[in-house]
Design a protein around this ligand. Structure first.
Ligand code: PMT
Length: 223
């Protein structure tokens, strides 16, 4: 039945923001609350999967029966995801991972000075790109949080990251993106198909994404 279509599968889901340390009292982060990723974890569990939820710092309670790995930085998220990748059938990268981190993380509080200052930033590792390069018989799903040219950037990400699916949301649209209980997404698939979805709850969006994944898993099993 549809309700157990991920039975026997291991689904790794990342959720929430990362925090990139400046010093012991300050960090760089973003507006992700984890709602989209936690909704996916709940629905994947309800579909019969073993679920590993790798989560940045959020205020949510993890769904019952889900294995939780708590991380803070992009680097920690990278290490956790890679640790579980080999045993995963599906990886869904919902987390809003920082693209840059302070080049120096001070272990003392940085004192303020009289004038302006700057923080030098360096690139973090691109987790999705790394997974795409290592992908075997796995379904890899990325998200794309954009404010402009959503379709173009989503399609570029699909190819550049060797993903099977990109879930794109325009985070400037009312009712979509960070913090809300709802989302408006289009699912871009490898075969060129695009599935545009209307405004719905993040739980309903999760069901739609997981259904598309189960279709891809069935295709994989045939080949
Ligand atoms: O948590 P909520 O408040 O419910 O909000 C949900 C959401 C807006 C965070 C979610 O729907 C969403 O869009 N998540 C992806 C956010 C994001 O970082 O998008 P991006 O376009 O910057 O990154 C694209 C993809 O690459 C993502 O799958 C991301 O996890 C991944 N990535 C990014 C940077 C990096 N260093 N490594 C990565 O793997």
């Amino acid at each position: 039945s549809k309700s157990l279509e991920l039975k026997g599968k291991t689904v790794v889901i990342t959720a929430g923001p990362t925090r990139e340390k400046i010093d012991p009292v300050r960090f760089i982060s973003n507006h992700s609350t984890g709602k989209m990723g936690y909704a996916l974890a709940e629905k994947a569990k309800a579909s019969g999967a073993r679920v590993v939820l790798i989560t940045g710092p959020v205020q949510l309670t993890a769904p019952t029966g889900v294995e939780v790995v708590k991380v803070e930085s992009a680097e920690e998220m990278y290490n956790a995801v890679l640790q579980f990748f080999a045993s995963a059938d599906v990886v869904i990268k919902t987390a809003a991972v920082a693209d840059y981190r302070p080049k120096t993380a001070y272990d003392h509080k940085v004192k303020k000075q009289s004038g302006d200052t700057f923080i030098e930033l360096e690139r973090t590792k691109d987790i999705l790109l790394e997974l795409g390069a290592r992908k075997g018989k796995q379904i890899l799903v990325g998200f794309a949080a954009e404010t402009d040219n959503v379709e173009e950037y989503a399609k570029k990400k699909l190819l550049a990251k060797n993903a099977d699916m990109i879930v794109a949301n325009n985070v400037k649209t009312e009712g979509a993106g960070f913090g809300t209980d709802t989302n408006i997404v289009t699912i871009y698939k490898r075969n060129g198909e695009a599935v545009p979805l209307p405004l719905m709850s993040k739980h309903e969006v999760a069901d739609k994404i997981l259904h598309e994944i189960s279709v891809l898993l069935k295709d994989l099993e045939k080949n």
